[in-house]
Ligand binder design. Sequence first.
Ligand code: FES
Length: 107
Amino acid sequence: MNMVAEPHHAPVEDSAEFTVRMVPHGATFTAPASLSLLEAALLEGVALPSSCRNGTCRTCVSRLHTGTIRYRIEWPGLSPDEKEEGLILPCVACATSDVVIEPVGLG
Ligand code: FES
């Protein structure tokens, strides 16, 4: 019998890198798993609206069209309904796959 325990939620390797595509204008940038989508965008010179950068002001709010993210903080400033709709806060969200996002600016 194999007794090796597998972790339930294997963390994404910090060295992993994903591709982010922005709609509608189609800019793309690389998002390392260790950086938020906003940090990765700024590093590559891609403009993304932002203000607080800590998940409270909602300036950066975007729609996640495809892909998956994880949050750095426990309670990003989005309601359960908004999360259900696919809204994310890129300043505190890190990619866990290639993603397509659209800034929607509810600020
Ligand atoms: S910049 Fe304030 S919530 Fe993202």
